[in-house]
Design a protein around this ligand. Structure first.
Ligand SMILES: Cc1cc2nc3c(=O)[nH]c(=O)nc-3n(C[C@H](O)[C@H](O)[C@H](O)COP(=O)(O)OP(=O)(O)OC[C@H]3O[C@@H](n4cnc5c(N)ncnc54)[C@H](O)[C@@H]3O)c2cc1C
Length: 294
C-alpha cells in the first residue's frame, strides 16, 4: 500500500467495482475510499496526488462502465452524511445539497417546500453530483439551468466555490476535470406545493413508463442528439432487441442496455459500436455514448 496508512478507516483495497455500478460489470480498483468529511477528503486527494495515484469519483454508478480488467488508482465516493444533506429554503427560493444526496430526494424536498424547477428530472437515478457532472437532461431541459453555484475540492486538496457562470464547458473546456463537486445550490421558483406535488407524480409515472423494469443491470446508452431521440434512431436502424453476448437492447426503450448473466464489459462495448455504426449508416447521425467509460 502507498502512504495511505492514516486513511485505513475509510479506505479498502482491491474492491470489485461491479457491486458499485448499475451495470454490475468490470474488474477491481486498487483503492476505494469513502471520506467522512471535507477535510478528510481534501487530505486524501492531496495524498493521492503526491503519491501519483490516479483518482476517480463515483456516485451511484448509474452510468459508469468499468473495464473488464478493472481500473488503476483510487475511486472515491461521497456517501458520508456530511455530503448528503439537503436544505430547501423557500425564503431565498434556493435548495442546497451535498452531492452524495440522491437526486430524487432533493427534488421531492424542493417540491414539498413549494419550490419548482427540478421536478422535470424526477425518475432519473443517481446522485446530485453525478447529475450535475453529467448535466442530465430531458426534453424539458437540463439541470444546469437551475444551478446557481457549486463547491468543489480539487485534486491538490484546494477547495473553491464556483458560480454557474464560472462553469464554461465551451470549446472542450472542462472546469471540473480535476475536481470533485461536494455541494451545489439551485435557484428555483415558488409555487403552490399541492399543485406541484400532483405535477411531480404525473412526470414520475410517465418517466417510469419509458424506463426498463427492475433498475439494476440496465444502463442508458446514448445522449439524445438535438431534435431526435436516440431510442427512435436505434429502432429505425432495426436494432430493437439486438443482443451481443449478454448485452441486450431493451425492448421497452432501445436506448437502454440490459445486462444478462455472463455479460462482459466487452459485450457492451461491441453493442455500442454496432449501434453507432448502423445508426450512422441509416440516419447519418453520430450517437455519443452517455456512459462514462473506465
Ligand atoms: C434507468 C435510467 C434512466 C436514465 N435517464 C436519464 C435521463 O432521462 N436523462 C439523462 O440525462 N440521464 C439519464 N440517465 C443517466 C444517469 O442517471 C445520470 O447520468 C446520473 O445522473 C449519474 O449519476 P450517478 O450518481 O450514478 O453518477 P455515476 O454514474 O456514479 O458517475 C457519472 C459521472 O459523474 C462523475 N461524478 C459522480 N459524482 C461526482 C462528483 N460528486 N463530483 C464530480 N464528478 C462526479 C463520475 O466520475 C462519472 O464521470 C439514466 C440512467 C438510467 C440507468
Amino acid at each position: 500500500m502507498k502512504n495511505f496508512t492514516r486513511f485505513k478507516q475509510i479506505l479498502r483495497t482491491s474492491v470489485p467495482l461491479a457491486m458499485h455500478t448499475w451495470l454490475q460489470l468490470g474488474g477491481q480498483v486498487e483503492y476505494f475510499a469513502e471520506p467522512r468529511n471535507e477535510e478528510e477528503l481534501a487530505d486524501l486527494l492531496q495524498t493521492a496526488s503526491r503519491e501519483g495515484v490516479e483518482t476517480r469519483f463515483l456516485g451511484t454508478g448509474t452510468n459508469v462502465l468499468v473495464s473488464d480488467s478493472g481500473v488503476p488508482g483510487m475511486v472515491v465516493r461521497l456517501t458520508a452524511p456530511a455530503f448528503c444533506s439537503i436544505n430547501p429554503d423557500p425564503a431565498s427560493e434556493t435548495v442546497s445539497a451535498g452531492t452524495g444526496a440522491k437526486l430524487g430526494r432533493i427534488i421531492t424536498s424542493a417540491v414539498y417546500a413549494g419550490l419548482t424547477g427540478l421536478e422535470g428530472l424526477i425518475g432519473i437515478p443517481g446522485t446530485v453530483g453525478g447529475a450535475v457532472r453529467n448535466n442530465i437532461s430531458t426534453s424539458d431541459g437540463d439541470i444546469a439551468q437551475w444551478l446557481e453555484s457549486v463547491h468543489i475540492v480539487r485534486l491538490d486538496g484546494q477547495a473553491a466555490d464556483l458560480s454557474a457562470a464560472d462553469l464554461d464547458f465551451s470549446e472542450g473546456n472542462d472546469p471540473l476535470a480535476d475536481a470533485v463537486i461536494t455541494a451545489c445550490r439551485f435557484r428555483l421558483q415558488t409555487e403552490e406545493p399541492e399543485e406541484l406535488t400532483r405535477r411531480l407524480q404525473k412526470i414520475w409515472i410517465l418517466r417510469k413508463k419509458n424506463q426498463p423494469f427492475g433498475y439494476q443491470g440496465a444502463g442508458r446508452l446514448f445522449k439524445d442528439p438535438s431534435g431526435s431521440a436516440a431510442s427512435e434512431l436505434i429502432d429505425d436502424a432495426g436494432l430493437k432487441g439486438t443482443r451481443i453476448g449478454g448485452a441486450v437492447i431493451c425492448e421497452r426503450n432501445s436506448n437502454f442496455v440490459l445486462i444478462e448473466p455472463e455479460c462482459s464489459t466487452d459485450d457492451v462495448h461491441r453493442l455500442i459500436h454496432l449501434i453507432q455504426t448502423q445508426v450512422r449508416e441509416r440516419s447519418g447521425v453520430d450517437l455519443e455514448t452517455d456512459l462514462t467509460l473506465w
